[in-house]
Structures are given as structure tokens and as C-alpha cells.
Design a protein around this ligand. Structure first.
Ligand code: FNR
Length: 381
């Protein structure tokens, strides 16, 4: 129907992105508050939602809020910075943009806008297998931005195993050819409920020509999940060994909560892990990554750990770093900022988070990231 307004979750016409950042946006929480106006209602529910009763979704935030940081004034902060090395790659700061699917739901420029913002603000960027622009287009946008700016950040490709290994391999080879510098293999979300239907004009651009995953998940003879091709094709340790043998790029395994699984993944060649519950979107009633982080840290000493799920401010990042993470990933807030302000919004979001992190470091008496130790978190004695 031509002329009919597309409605947001408040029943109003969806607002396009602002050309200038609204003056009252000073945090990721402000972006979330604004973002509801800028998404079509179904897309908003899809991105905001968690699984089942949303217990884990809420718990991810509560777990961060339940930790307290202990300021340490009188420290020497001279010569401080937020730089780090991760997988042999230089990062200006430990705030990376998580792989988030279908960013054209948030803004017509989708991933092209978010990757430009990431390069401008020197934030590591993870392009999703389910991106709405192709991985080659995203890499080209990153490269062009880096050339123009004279600086940038690592660009990594998030890989979802496909039902047929030849298709997984095709994605891997394309990512290598396009210049991605690491593979982030997500293991926690191959089986989850999703009733969301993409609107016209938004597609899984990288998967054009691949058979639909849904066709392979048809249950037969009364089977619900177990015993179906979908369950049979879930990522396994054998797949990890296979993937490890296929590429020389650093391999990051995303979606680990269990210390035992962390140890197995590292034993089979993972170079780093993302401690994550997928933003509370997969299984309800699981721990928050920030809670299991110390146990995972102890299980794989020396392996770089990244963390996501619920990170919304600089003090959250400081808490994760204090408990053993090298860096954190930002999920939903990048979509909020993209919808509200396009490329400018995402760049502003990263700037806000980075500013908050540096303020927290100064309060904690830490001039460099490696000085943020477990003693920064108050244990009540
Ligand atoms: C995701 N996430 C995700 N992860 C991944 O490995 N590949 C993907 O394509 C997606 N897509 C995706 C879409 C949407 C709408 C959301 C909200 C999340 C998970 C994402 O990388 C990250 O783990 C969580 O978003 C982190 O939690 P927060 O920051 O959203 O609380």
C-alpha cells in the first residue's frame, strides 16, 4: 500500500535517522531510549528480545550492576593509554563492535555505516555471516575509510557454519580473499527459536545462492529437534578441528560460558574465546558472561578472552577487564546508535563508551589496561 506509514513499537510513524546527534544523548542508554522511535515495530522486538522469559537478558545487566568498582586515587596516571595487542593486532582501545546480523533493519546503509564508524573510532569490527551487505562490500568500505582517515582497526569475519561444509569453506575463502584478519566462529546460536521474518529489501547477502537453512531443518516422523538435520548439523569439536585445519587466520570461538568447553576449544586450536550468552537470545536461565568469566579465565590461562552480553558503559568494560577479559564487544547498542544517527551515531557511541572507560580507569588508578586487576572489583572486605 503506497503512502501507508510504517509504524514503530509505539504506534507512530518510524523516524529516519537524525542528521545530527540529538543533544540529550550522552550514553548508550540514551541511544536505546531514542531508538524505539526509529525501528519498525517487529524489527524492534526482534533486536531487543531475549529468549523465553527474558530472564537472562535482564540478568546480563543485573550482573554488571551487582559488581562494584573500588576507586584508587593518588595513583600515577602519567603516560597512560588504552592501547592493546590482540592476536598480534594493534587496537587503540578494547571496545569492539560485535557481529550483529541484518543491520539494514536499523539504517539503509547498514553495515557500511557501522564499519566506517568503527574505522573512524578505531574500534575492531566483526562482520556477521548474516550481514545485509556482502562481506566484500563491508571490507571495501572499511578499506576506503582507512585510506581516507589514515588509521583504522582490525576487521574480523564472524562465521556461522553452514549445513554443507563446502558452503562454510566458501565463506571462509571469501573472507580471507577480502582481507579479514581473524575468523570468529559462533557456536552458541545454531539452534534457537526465531519467528522473525525479514522485511522486503533486507537479506542475508553473503548467502545468496546457498540453500535455505530452514529447508534442512524440516522435522520428519514426529521429530521435534533431536534427530533432525538441524540438530545433527550443530557445530561440534570435529568441526572446530576441521575449521582450524582450513585457515591460517587467528580463530576466535564465540559463545562460550563453560570453563570445560573453553579448555576443549583451546586444546583444539582456538586462539581466543568470546565469553558470551549471545545477549540472552539463545537459552534462558544461563549465567551472565561476567559471572563465569573468572572460572573461564582460570580454565584457559594465557588465552585472550573477549566478553559480551549486557555491556552498556565504560564501567561495565572496566569490570570485564578486571575479571580477566582483554576486550569487550558491543551488541545491541550499535544497532540503536545506527538507527538514531547512522554512521555518526555509531561513531558517537564508541566515543562515549571510550570516554567512560578512560574516566573509570583514571578513577581506578590505572594508566594502562593491564593495570586493571581483580582488586578493582570490591569484594566486601
Ligand atoms: C546478534 N548476535 C550475533 N552474533 C553472532 O555471532 N552473529 C550474528 O549474526 C549475530 N546477530 C545478532 C543480531 C541481533 C539483533 C543481536 C541483538 C545479536 C549476538 C551479538 O554478537 C552479541 O553476542 C550480543 O548482542 C551481545 O549482547 P548485547 O551487547 O546485545 O547485550
Amino acid at each position: 500500500m503506497s503512502g501507508a506509514a510504517i509504524l514503530n513499537a509505539l504506534g507512530e510513524a518510524v523516524r529516519p535517522a537524525h542528521a545530527r546527534i540529538p543533544a540529550d544523548i550522552e550514553s548508550a542508554f540514551d541511544y536505546e531510549r531514542h531508538a524505539v522511535h526509529h525501528f519498525e515495530a517487529m524489527a524492534w522486538r526482534h533486536i531487543q528480545g531475549g529468549s523465553d522469559r527474558n530472564l537472562t537478558l535482564a540478568h546480563n545487566r543485573a550482573a554488571f550492576d551487582g559488581l562494584h568498582l573500588l576507586p584508587r586515587p593518588l595513583a600515577d596516571l602519567r603516560g597512560g593509554h588504552t592501547r592493546l595487542q590482540l592476536l598480534g593486532q594493534a587496537l587503540a582501545h578494547p571496545l569492539l563492535l560485535a557481529p550483529v546480523a541484518y543491520q539494514c533493519l536499523a539504517h539503509p546503509e547498514g553495515e557500511l555505516a557501522s564499519v566506517r564508524a568503527a574505522m573512524a573510532l578505531q574500534a575492531g569490527y566483526m562482520a556477521s555471516t548474516l550481514s545485509s551487505h556482502t562481506l566484500e562490500e563491508i571490507a571495501a568500505a572499511a578499506r576506503a575509510a582507512m585510506q581516507e582517515l589514515g588509521h583504522g582497526a582490525p576487521l574480523w569475519f564472524q562465521l556461522y557454519s553452514q549445513p554443507a561444509r563446502e558452503h562454510t569453506l566458501a565463506l571462509l575463502r571469501r573472507a580471507e580473499a577480502a582481507g579479514y584478519q581473524a575468523i570468529v566462529w559462533t557456536i552458541d546460536a545454531s539452534i534457537k527459536r526465531s519467528g522473525f521474518a525479514l522485511p522486503p529489501g533486507v537479506e542475508a547477502a553473503n548467502l545468496r545462492g546457498f540453500p535455505s537453512a530452514r529447508q534442512t531443518s524440516q522435522a520428519g516422523q514426529g521429530a521435534i529437534l533431536l534427530g533432525t538435520p538441524l540438530a545433527d548439523a550443530a557445530p561440534s569439536l570435529a568441526d572446530l578441528e576441521w575449521l582450524r585445519a582450513q585457515t591460517r587466520l587467528p580463530l576466535v570461538v564465540k559463545g562460550v560460558l563453560s570453563p570445560a568447553v573453553a579448555a576443549e576449544a583451546v586444546a583444539r586450536g582456538a586462539d581466543a574465546l568470546v565469553v558470551s550468552n549471545h545477549g540472552g537470545r539463545v537459552m534462558d536461565g544461563v549465567p551472565a558472561p561476567i559471572e563465569v568469566l573468572p572460572a573461564v579465565r582460570a580454565a584457559v590461562p594465557g588465552t585472550p578472552l573477549l566478553l559480551d552480553s549486557g555491556v552498556r558503559c565504560g564501567t561495565d568494560a572496566a569490570k570485564a577487564l578486571a575479571l580477566g577479559a582483554s576486550a569487550v564487544l558491543i551488541g545491541r547498542p550499535q544497532l540503536h546508535a545506527l538507527a538514531v544517527g547512522g554512521m555518526l551515531g555509531v561513531a558517537h557511541l564508541v566515543h562515549l563508551l571510550r570516554t567512560e572507560l578512560e574516566l573509570a580507569m583514571a578513577q581506578l588508578g590505572c594508566a594502562r589496561l593491564e593495570q586493571i586487576g581483580a582488586e578493582a572489583v570490591w569484594r566486601g572486605r
